[in-house]
Write a protein that binds this ligand. Structure first.
Ligand SMILES: Cc1cc2nc3c(=O)[nH]c(=O)nc-3n(C[C@H](O)[C@H](O)[C@H](O)COP(=O)(O)OP(=O)(O)OC[C@H]3O[C@@H](n4cnc5c(N)ncnc54)[C@H](O)[C@@H]3O)c2cc1C
Length: 425
């Protein structure tokens, strides 16, 4: 069994930034495992621009953004293995992986960084009635077909789900000559970024049907059409509101789920809301020395925040390795104060903070459960409000963040809970 100080699983933007940061924080022995034939993760198929505005103050395409981190990885001479799928991780941080050259590969790590990204919710999980004809794709699969394989999945499409991938594929299919009949969204609001609704739907006059869903897929061999219907407040189709759309393709963009099989297999505690690991302020999971970042932790809207979060995971993993060398690999962790997702807030990352261990400032990221206008994001320590940030609008499609100061938390020596909630302005 080969030994490394840090093994990073996943060579997407999160894995790349984490590995580079770990190296720059003093750890030399690092291995990145990537199951795909190249580094860069999902960004390789995102050929639209809009990446890197925060990190590089430039508008880059996905592959351009990824390339900058691939170059950093190479400059730092970090070892990586492509076409290598991590299959299992033991509680002792032993990774079993598989590739065509070595067959089974076994590596032991002092610290692990989970950066496996996320996957799309498939048709089976959506329970759409109808036959199983060809022409039903997840939006990400269609994106790969169009942007990497050079194949157009169909000529006339309906898209179910208005998350960012669905919105971006509506524009992409249109630019490639297909007719996108409508984007259909179950919720009364879109799950995507505002800028994507404007640039991908409004600019191309593609209708967005909010509070609607697909109730029937027609066609036996190939999709021939879909029937959509309006839904009531409980998201049940309202009889009599059905509309028929002729199409040969149905794209599904109905949510992303963190790739959590390896995390589950290691017995890591997962959040029931995000399905990603619960982490403390050091992005360390319930298993000491195992860190998580990027979409495997919670689904991000902007890759810049993925890179920022992953750089921290790399730094903390490096500190763990250096500290555990001195202390004899202790997996003991100080307990943290729980972060409570209060009214309107679905979850927070991290889910606990140790005030003694935290740095001067701690960013807390979260998503809300509905659209709130003219509201405030408030933070309470032991029930006393310490922060109130006015927001004209917050929506589930856009990640929110607040920053907590160490001295604010230190002022509460008996701190038992930090609550983040949405309140009226
Ligand atoms: C369609 C789409 C459009 C987007 N548009 C924008 C945009 O305009 N601007 C923006 O800033 N952000 C955008 N994003 C968001 C951004 O691309 C993601 O947040 C980012 O790619 C997440 O990085 P990640 O490394 O966590 O995951 P990924 O990029 O998914 O990388 C995870 C990597 O892990 C590998 N992996 C998984 N499991 C294993 C395993 N068991 N063994 C080995 N390797 C494994 C995968 O092959 C993959 O390469 C978009 C995302 C999508 C999907």
């Amino acid at each position: 069994m080969t030994e490394y100080d840090i093994v990073v699983i996943g060579g997407g933007p999160a894995g790349l930034a984490a590995a580079v940061s770990a190296k720059r924080n003093g750890v030399d022995s690092i291995l990145v495992l990537e199951r795909d034939r190249e580094l860069g993760g999902i960004l390789n198929q995102c050929i639209h621009n809009g990446f890197g505005l925060h990190t590089f103050q430039e508008e880059l395409t996905g592959p351009e953004y990824a390339q900058r981190f691939v170059e950093r990885l190479k400059e730092e001479a970090i070892t990586y293995r492509l076409n290598t799928m991590a299959l299992r991780v033991s509680k002792e941080k032993e990774v079993t992986a598989l590739n065509g050259e070595d067959g089974i590969l076994e590596v032991r790590a002092k610290a692990l960084i989970l950066a496996m990204g996320c996957r799309e919710r498939a048709r089976g999980a959506l329970r759409i009635p109808g036959y199983r004809p060809a022409g039903v794709y997840s939006a990400g699969t269609a994106q790969r077909l169009v942007n990497i394989e050079g194949r157009l999945p169909g000529r006339k499409a309906v898209i179910l789900g208005s998350g960012d991938i669905g919105l971006i594929m509506a524009r992409r299919m249109t630019l490639e000559g297909a007719k996108v009949q409508a984007v259909v969204e179950l919720m009364p609001y879109s799950g995507g970024l505002r800028r994507n609704i404007v640039q991908c739907l409004d600019d191309f006059q593609i209708p967005l049907k909010l509070s609607h869903t697909v109730v029937r897929v027609e066609g036996k061999k190939r999709v021939e059409g879909v029937v959509i219907a309006q839904v009531d407040e409980s998201r049940r189709p309202i009889p009599g509101t059905e509309e028929h759309y002729e199409c040969d393709t149905l794209l599904l963009s109905c949510g992303l789920i963190p790739e959590n099989e390896l995390s589950k297999g290691m017995g890591i505690e997962l959040s029931p809301v995000t399905a990603g690991p619960l982490v403390n302020e050091r992005l360390e999971t319930s298993r000491g020395g195992v860190f998580a970042c990027g979409n495997v932790l919670h689904v991000h809207d902007l890759v810049d925040f993925v890179s920022e979060e992953a750089a921290l995971a790399g730094k903390y993993a490096a500190q763990y390795v250096k500290g555990s060398r001195r202390q004899g690999a202790s997996d003991e962790k100080e307990s943290g104060v729980p972060l409570i997702a209060g009214e309107g807030v679905r979850y927070t990352v991290p889910s606990s903070i140790c005030p003694k261990r935290m740095e001067g400032r701690q960013t807390v990221r979260f998503r809300v459960g509905a659209v709130y206008r003219d509201c405030c994001v408030s933070v309470y320590l032991n029930g006393r409000r310490i922060l109130r940030k006015k927001r004209p609008i917050v929506t589930p499609g856009e990640m929110e963040e607040i920053s907590l100061k160490k001295e604010e938390l230190a002022a509460f020596p008996d701190l038992s809970g930090i609550t983040v909630k949405i309140e009226e302005a």
